[in-house]
Write a protein that binds this ligand. Sequence first.
Ligand code: ZN
Length: 118
Amino acid sequence: MAKYRECEKCGAALDHGEVCDCESKGQEEKDVLYEANRAAIREALAAEVLITLEKKAGSETFRRKIEASSASAALNGLAVLLREYAALVGLNPVEILALLATVLTVPAPAGKERAKEE
Ligand SMILES: [Zn+2]
């Protein structure tokens, strides 16, 4: 007793649980895009990172340069910087992180958002 169903996209008759060709082709394309995206992310993570922070004007000097061989090494550098900054201003590093999380999750003003997408 076979159960049939129709593909919602192309109307082909399918056995129960069978994935239609039209969908698996789409999935293959998605997989290719996903893999390309992952490869790009891996490449970006492995690339050298240079972060320069500078604060002049009135200067309670804040000049740091983080040069790292990879993104994870750069994050380690940022963690050290964050810990030092927390000690400097007398806060817990977690409080600094909470502040950063707030700043990072505040939606960008509509104008800036549009400029970024262009
Ligand atoms: Zn189909």
